[in-house]
Design a protein. Sequence first.
Length: 413
Amino acid sequence: MKDKICVIIGASHAGVNLAFSLRKEGWEGEIHLFDGDPVLPYHRPPLSKAYLTSDDAIEQNALKAKSTYENERINLHLGVIVTAIDKNQKVVSLENGESQKYDSLVIATGASPIIPSIPGIDTATNLYPLRTAKDVLNIKKAIHNSTTKRAVVIGAGYIGLETAASLKKLGATVTVLEREERILQRVTSPVMSDFFQKLHTEHDVAIFTSKNVVEIKATANTNTVICSDNTSYEADLIIIGVGVRVNSQLASSIGAEIENGIKVDQTTATSIKDVYAIGDCSFHHNPRYDRYIRLESVQNAVDQAKVTARTICGKDTIYDTIPWFWSDQYDIKLQMVGLSQGHDEIIVRHEEGEATKFSVWYFKGDELLAVDGINNAKAYVIGTKFIKSKSLVDKSKLRNSTEVLKPANLLIK
């Protein structure tokens, strides 16, 4: 493998972890890691949380120190955009006119924030998504320079809500506008939606649902956000958090199969020989739930990177993990494991004497699909164990808050 070359497009969690995993698995050839972002690769989850609310430089959130790449002989090409792939000659073309050969190519291009085609959005003042370190710097600057600090967040998914909580901590007056009938409607149950709606309301964040933004009017240094029901909201800063679009253009251009992302097999290989896809951009089969899914999570990026490294190094492996996620808002930590889609029963378990400590268990018949834990790491850990082992849970004991939450008490023997 000494004379082999692996090219990785995308230097976020998936791409960076792949590069280092290759070395760990014994890859001795060249590794070239390309990314259009000129900043040393950094942790992305803190962008909407700790990094937004602190004075830390982005370098303090780096995934790896610059010297680590040099020590592992990983060629890091930052601020360099890959514009094309020649799958026959096995060459990638770069925006600067140069090219790079490869033997194995890994696409880890992630996703880009959707900027909806709302009339007036192009002329709005201080309007940003929250996807990169540059976005966060712009948001910080806008808040710092504003006297009234009125922020409107369009979209009440996890990123939108995390950003709302952080903006509140920065002293902003925050309004969240959600098009659906409830917040987090596409990703969780009404129980969790109600909890987070109440949480934000208690922190003086105004959340309005069934609000479809139809126009943005910019005047001087402020904006007016107008909804279809003729309500309007003044904003010195607008955050767009309505979802992402997969960066699958390069994969599509070489004929790779695209279906809600770049479709891959259990080794993360695409339909094109020697080309792989990992992270947010990949659409993979999950054996536990027996369906194809696309996940936007650090866990998925890291786990797929390890599988791809082993595959490229000629070692037998498949991707077979239980998805997990988390979200931090104010003093609340949400930990989620599994996928709740298709559930037909929900059990909400409250721990005695703990107002903000509970868990939501999702079942399909007797099968446990997923668990959401609010300030409840124990429920998350036990849920993970039960889902992996496909254990049957005694639902009556689960509902009983006087029953100690531990595996031996909940299992049907």
